[in-house]
Ligand binder design. Structure first.
Ligand SMILES: *Cc1c(COP(=O)(O)O)cnc(C)c1O
Length: 390
């Protein structure tokens, strides 16, 4: 494709295609080979070198969507996160992380970093002071996640980038909840952008993958560790991910439009105690979210008032109680029972994750049907005519 600046849906649909030179088909052919010629070639290709034709092509789409020079695709979001972190941290180094993080990232730090001799501090809040007070002489990386999981807190990207610059740190963000459609941290000078592609990039609850986007220099540093750690994604899944990403712009737009309506509905409902959605004007970070996001996303959470969350869940017909998020279908979880179950009750309490909190991944179904399902489940529980909870 030419270098003329393209719109998001054109990038989603076309950038990073593998050209079908043989048959001139409309879509990328899939090259499943794990064995490529080593003689008379410019590049020695191998799946774990992250450079098969399909791997290489798809990184172009991801890099262009994230406004970076380069990208790498991984076998999972955690493979991307662990490899990116360890590419910039060695024994004796220190990292500052925001307090509200994806549960898997929290576990990685808590369970593994000590044996690598890497020191870490979690902030006590999300203000500039909260981050700066944790920075030490040996701090190398500052790591954030915004909007955060599960309470949709917003971290100021300009603030993080300016702290990183002042203290000569590498800044990293988990951009999964926003997707590249709603937020482009490179525009705010964040260095390393990480995605669980299992979520909005895949978007159909059928792929596990990860991605990192950054400058060529940073990607080269991450690659040198990635090839040794071996967290590459199989070409078949790369191909499926490319197919999924063609509709990411349309899907995320639909998620955004449904989520704001669901958030407003919940916000006005008597049986709901609290709604966490950055697109609500009542959200404490609404202005900040507006200033750094193109859309507010499809994720929200809420607390029920005088309604048993288990009974509520059992009375839903359309919305599925399933792990994970960001599929075209509406799904919800109870973080205390799933994503944050490995965290101690005290730690959850400290982070404001109540046992009755429900994290809702708003799908792309007709919004009236989503709202009716919630309304019906609440009415059933209130009337006492609930389905058995066993
Ligand atoms: C799911 C998720 C991850 C981990 O991704 P996997 O693909 O499950 O390894 C990381 N960060 C966030 C915000 C996530 O939602």
């Amino acid at each position: 494709m030419s270098s003329v600046k393209k719109g998001i849906n054109t990038i989603c649909t076309h950038v990073g295609e593998v050209e079908d030179k043989q048959f001139k088909g409309a879509i990328s052919p899939l090259f499943m080979s794990s064995s490529y010629a080593f003689e008379d070639v410019d590049v020695k290709r191998y799946p774990r070198y992250f450079n098969t034709p399909n791997q290489e092509a798809l990184t172009k789409k991801i890099a262009m969507l994230e406004h970076t020079e380069a990208a790498l695709i991984f076998g999972s979001g955690m493979a991307a996160i662990s490899t990116a972190l360890l590419a910039f941290l060695k024994a004796g180094d220190h990292i500052v992380l925001q307090d509200a993080l994806y549960g898997g990232t929290f576990n990685l730090i808590q369970e593994e970093f000590e044996k690598f001799g890497i020191e870490y501090s979690f902030t006590k809040g999300l203000s500039r002071e909260d981050f700066e007070v944790e920075i030490k002489n040996n701090t190398k990386v500052i790591y954030v996640e915004t909007p955060s999981n599960p309470l949709l807190k917003i971290t100021d990207l300009n603030m993080v980038a300016s702290l990183a610059k002042k203290h000569n740190l590498v800044s990293m963000i988990d951009n999964t909840f926003a997707s590249p459609i709603n937020q482009n941290p490179a525009d705010f000078n964040i260095d390393i952008i990480i995605h669980s592609a299992t979520k909005y990039m895949g978007g159909h609850s059928d792929i596990c993958a990860g991605a990192v986007a950054a400058t060529e220099v940073h990607i080269a540093q991450i690659f040198s560790l990635a090839k040794n750690f071996g967290g590459s994604l199989s070409d078949y899944t790369v191909w499926l991910l490319e197919r999924s990403m063609k509709t990411m712009g349309l899907r995320v737009k639909a998620h955004n439009e449904n989520a704001i309506q669901v958030a407003e509905f919940l916000n006005n409902h008597k049986a709901i105690a609290e709604v966490y959605y950055p697109g609500l004007q009542s959200h404490p970070d609404y202005e900040l979210a507006k200033s750094q996001m193109h859309g507010f996303g499809g994720m929200l959470s809420f607390e029920l008032k005088d309604v048993c969350p288990v009974k509520f869940r059992k009375n839903l017909n359309l919305i599925k109680s399933t792990m994970s998020l960001a599929g075209v279908e509406s799904t919800l979880i109870s973080p205390a029972e799933t994503s944050h179950a490995l965290m101690s009750a005290e730690e959850r309490e400290r982070q404001g994750i109540k046992d009755g909190l429900i994290r809702f991944s708003v799908g792309i179904e007709e919004v009236e049907d989503i709202i009716a399902d919630i309304e019906n489940a609440i009415a059933q529980v209130k009337s006492g005519k609930t389905v058995a909870t066993t």
